[in-house]
Design a binder for this molecule. Structure first.
Ligand SMILES: [Zn+2]
Length: 126
């Protein structure tokens, strides 16, 4: 019984190791044609994402409190690969008509970086 369990654990570890190897080196063995297609698709996704809320100071995301800024920004997946992103920097952008929060996010998988702009909209009390 313990031999079977040891075999199952070993197989699981080998699968995890293989997955990490593929993530690390899989892209290097992709053909140039596939890579060109992937790059074109990534550019198209980045271009489409520029039209979504948060991508520009003119079209910011909206939250009700400052404590939500980073969590809202990091809940959006990477626009290139769909992986989770992390917040690298959180600052106040004063270049526009109103001050906005600017969160620089970084993809854990493909390394894509982009700023997200967030407006804090205080709820009106009735
Ligand atoms: Zn990514």
């Amino acid at each position: 019984m313990s031999g079977y369990l040891l075999g199952a654990v070993t197989m699981g570890l080998l699968l995890l190791f293989g997955r990490e190897l593929w993530r690390a080196f899989g892209r290097t063995i992709v053909s140039p044609r596939d890579r060109a297609r992937d790059d074109r698709e990534a550019r198209e996704r980045i271009e489409a994402a520029m039209k979504t809320p948060g991508a520009t100071p003119e079209n910011p995301l909206e939250v009700t409190t400052a404590s939500l800024v980073e969590s809202v920004a990091t809940n959006l997946p990477c626009v290139v690969c769909g992986e989770a992103v992390i917040a690298e920097d959180h600052s106040v952008d004063t270049t526009g008509a109103e001050p906005l929060r600017k969160v620089d996010v970084h993809c854990r998988r493909c390394g894509h970086r982009r700023p997200l702009y967030v407006r804090i909209v205080h709820e009106r009390l009735h």
